[in-house]
Design a protein around this ligand. Structure first.
Ligand SMILES: [Fe+2]
Length: 297
């Protein structure tokens, strides 16, 4: 496995102050550092940032994956570039806690980053929890990209970047793949793919909370601040995770999720989900994904 884990995501927002109020005060993320027209926030369990907010536009700036050390970074660079994948040179990216990184430019228009942390990577510890927001997410969970051709994107991630494929959603044998779920470690999905517009759009960024009770707690909290849920609370078929979706002030979609499946066996073949999309999207109901799910940012 070349890449170790999903490290962080950086998204674009039209106004940094408005975004900061939403991600910090409602979502419960903690500000780690502000620099160069960007704010870096963490989930509070350690000193590392999970989400960057960058002024200008909407959508995904990049999703970053960690490798263990500088030797692994060079090996990853040589492996990807050697396959003809478009990469930037290895450099210091100017993000807090990142020692060294290179960018990977996907044919879908999305940008990934491969990073080495400049310190040890911690894990969320309850005794270190900040208390300002008891519901605060415990970690970045995954990033879902919007792509025109899900199958082609999956094949690129699998064959060029060494991702494993967890689940594929293909309603009928004749239909295109409409969703797919890929991973670099044991998490059921680090990068998911949703069929839609091309051009490198973001479908959503997901944060993990501790159990479905906290997903519901989040729903109450969003309601208290006047934010309407776009979809959920429900439980997905693929990954088995509970979910709710909400849009940030600029339309970027955020998922709050719990209980994402672990897939520890690298050799397990992907499961193909067929049939009615309603039962796949939310196993508790017969509701299909909302029509607004066709929108990305
Ligand atoms: Fe980054």
């Amino acid at each position: 496995m070349t890449l170790m884990s999903l490290d962080h995501a950086v998204i674009r927002v039209r106004d940094l102050e408005t975004a900061l109020r939403w991600y910090r005060d409602i979502l419960g993320l903690m500000v780690i550092e502000e620099r160069d027209g960007a704010v870096y926030l963490g989930c509070g369990g350690d000193a590392h940032f999970d989400l960057g907010l960058m002024a200008g536009g909407v959508g995904l700036d990049h999703a970053a994956f960690a490798v263990a050390d500088h030797a692994a970074l060079t090996a990853a660079y040589e492996r990807f570039a050697g396959r003809g994948v478009r990469c930037s040179e290895i450099e210091q990216p100017g993000e807090p806690g990142i020692a060294s990184a290179f960018r990977v430019f996907l044919p879908t228009g999305h940008t990934f980053e491969v990073v080495v942390r400049d310190g040890t990577t911690g894990y969320p510890h309850p005794t270190k929890w900040h208390t300002a927001a008891a519901h605060a997410p415990i970690d970045l969970s995954h990033v879902t990209l919007m792509v025109e051709d899900v199958q082609a994107a999956v094949e690129f991630l699998r064959d060029q970047l060494d991702f494993a494929v967890s689940d594929i959603v293909q309603p009928t044998p004749e239909s295109p793949w409409v969703f797919a779920f890929t991973r670099v470690g044991e998490n059921h999905h680090d990068i998911a793919l949703a069929m839609g517009d091309g051009g490198g759009k973001l479908h959503h960024v997901a944060f993990q909370v501790n159990g479905v009770g906290e997903v519901v707690h989040f729903a109450d909290r969003l309601g208290r601040f006047g934010w309407k849920i776009e979809a959920g609370v429900g439980r997905h078929g693929p990954g088995g995770n509970t979910f709710l979706y909400v849009r940030d002030p600029f339309g970027n979609r955020v998922e709050i999720t719990a209980d994402v499946a672990r897939v520890p066996n690298r050799w397990e073949p992907p499961k193909v989900w067929t049939g009615d999309l309603s039962a796949i999207f939310n196993v508790w109901t017969e509701e299909p994904p909302p029509a607004s799910f066709a929108e990305g940012t």
